[in-house]
Write a protein that binds this ligand. Structure first.
Ligand code: GDP
Length: 471
């Protein structure tokens, strides 16, 4: 791992031509290095949190007129001396200034190194540092809010507090080990049990929150599948309200998959339209079918669409059975209900819910207990379908106040903590202090991995290498 003794430099704004570019220096010598190339007020004598107009000089040659923002340690993002130079956003100027700083003693920062320093210097805990990356990557109101909440401390504060209490018990139990001969009990088992139960409860709800958190951060992979001509492409268009997928009446036109993003109440659903399922004869279609099954298994939600005017209850039952995939929620969509009302000869409007249900009652056999009737072509019940898509994927509603886990690393650490806590709880009354102590230590280890109380170089490398340079 890098030490924080050297001073690092990088462009903090995107590279390319812009109105301004911000070059950031951080480290013990940030201010003195900046002063070496500075023509203006003496930066080393200025107070923290001040702005200064001046010129950056390469020897006698002026590179640019700039503004320097000064942050004196520890009152900065990294808790080190930080100088941010806002220069004109020319690639030439930016490169020349960075090179000049390097010539004067700074070194080029690695990806995420500023944030790594913020973490190493205690400005942020690990989950907060990760939230910085999430915030930069956020692309919707919900994902921005969730990242901001985590940046403010989120659940890591709560976990640190519980972890500290557990550390105390762990040390009392260690003490018991020292007095093993005398059969003493320093750690009150009832209190320990209560604490473990409390932590388990918090952790359980954090684990549960991942489904929603992950959906907000990454979107919900959703597959639209059904027989050729069921109306999948038409439905995709109706949902997106535009004509992206190619609609045709020749069965099996959607040879490859099409992916589109549909936002419902702040959640991005990644919709994939697939080739139809059926006994595929031609090879291209066969590949499509295979891909459909593959796509379904990689998804969280399946919209199974059938042509209500064409399909027989037997075919429907067969499809439902073959598409059922563990871990993938299925929403059954009866399409073309506009044709049903006409076929029936009744003049009643297709929007008439009870009429549709009656007409579709045939399908309420063979395991089909729930479905929604729509007309993709006539855009009937599309809003209701959107509500149902949301409800099928997102069990809880987003209130904006809950703490959500969005990070797979956190989820795994939480799951491992939970497993160790179960062992602790199982063993409290039975096992000897040394086993109990081991299980508690394990739980402490995993809890600590979330906040960064326990880290390894590999873990840090893994997290910070995913950042961009300059962050
Ligand atoms: P896909 O093969 O499942 O993607 O089916 P398409 O979306 O290409 O639709 C096949 C045919 O059914 C096209 O001619 C559509 O216009 C028609 N279609 C789709 N949805 C409806 C609907 O709700 N009502 C009616 N009457 N026709 C529809």
């Amino acid at each position: 791992m890098n030490t924080t003794e050297d001073t690092i430099v990088a462009l903090a704004t995107p590279s390319g031509i812009g109105a301004i570019g911000v070059i950031r220096l951080s480290g013990p010598d940030a201010i003195t290095i900046a002063q070496k190339v500075w023509k203006g007020k003496d930066l080393t004598k200025q107070p923290s949190h001040t702005l200064h107009f001046g010129r950056v000089m390469d020897g006698d040659m002026e590179l640019d007129e700039v503004v320097a923002s000064l942050f004196v340690a520890p009152r900065s993002y990294t808790r080190e001396n930080v100088v941010e130079i806002s220069c004109h956003g020319s690639n030439y100027i930016i490169e020349a200034i960075i090179k000049l700083f390097i010539k004067n003693g700074a070194r080029a920062a690695k990806a995420g190194e500023f944030t790594l320093r913020a973490f190493l210097n205690g400005q942020l805990d690990l989950s907060q540092a990760e939230a910085v990356a999430d915030l930069i990557a956020s692309n919707s109101k919900a994902s921005q809010q969730i990242a901001l909440q985590q940046l403010r401390g989120g659940f890591s504060n709560q976990l640190s507090h519980l972890r500290e209490q557990l550390v105390q018990f762990a040390s009392l139990i260690e003490l018991e080990l020292d007095f093993a001969e005398e059969d003493v009990e320093f750690a009150n088992r009832d209190q320990l049990k209560k604490l473990i139960q409390e932590i388990t409860k918090v952790i359980g709800s954090l684990i549960q929150s991942f489904e929603l958190g992950n959906a907000i951060k990454n979107g919900v992979n959703t597959v639209i599948a059904g027989r050729p001509n069921a109306g999948k492409s038409t439905l995709l268009n109706a949902l997106l309200n535009e004509e992206r997928a190619i609609v045709s009446h020749i069965p099996g036109t959607t040879r490859d998959t099409i992916e589109e993003v549909l936002n419902i109440k702040g959640i991005n659903f990644r919709l994939v339209d697939t080739a139809g399922i059926r006994e595929a004869t031609d090879t291209i279609e066969q590949i499509g079918v295979q891909r459909t099954m593959e796509k379904i298994s990689q998804s969280a939600l399946l919209l199974y669409v059938f042509d209500a005017a064409q399909i027989t209850p037997e075919e429907l039952a067969a499809d439902l059975q073959s598409l059922q995939t563990p871990g993938v929620a299925m929403l059954v969509v009866a399409n073309k209900i506009d044709l049903l009302s006409r076929k029936d000869g009744k003049s009643g409007s297709p929007q008439d819910e009870s009429g549709i249900n009656e007409l579709l009652s045939d399908f309420r056999t063979s395991g089909l207990s729930d479905f929604i009737g729509i007309s993709a072509k006539e855009k009937q019940h599309i809003d209701e379908l959107k509500q149902q898509i949301y409800a099928a994927a997102i069990k809880e509603n987003l209130s904006g106040h809950e703490t959500l886990v969005t990070n797979i690393r956190h989820l795994e650490a939480l799951q491992k903590t939970e497993e160790s806590l179960v062992r602790v709880l199982d063993g409290i009354d039975g096992v000897t202090s040394d086993f109990l102590s081991m299980d508690i230590k394990q739980a402490l280890h995993y809890l600590g991995e979330i906040t960064g109380a326990v880290t390894t170089d590999d873990l840090l490398e893994n997290i910070f290498s995913k950042f961009c340079i300059g962050k």
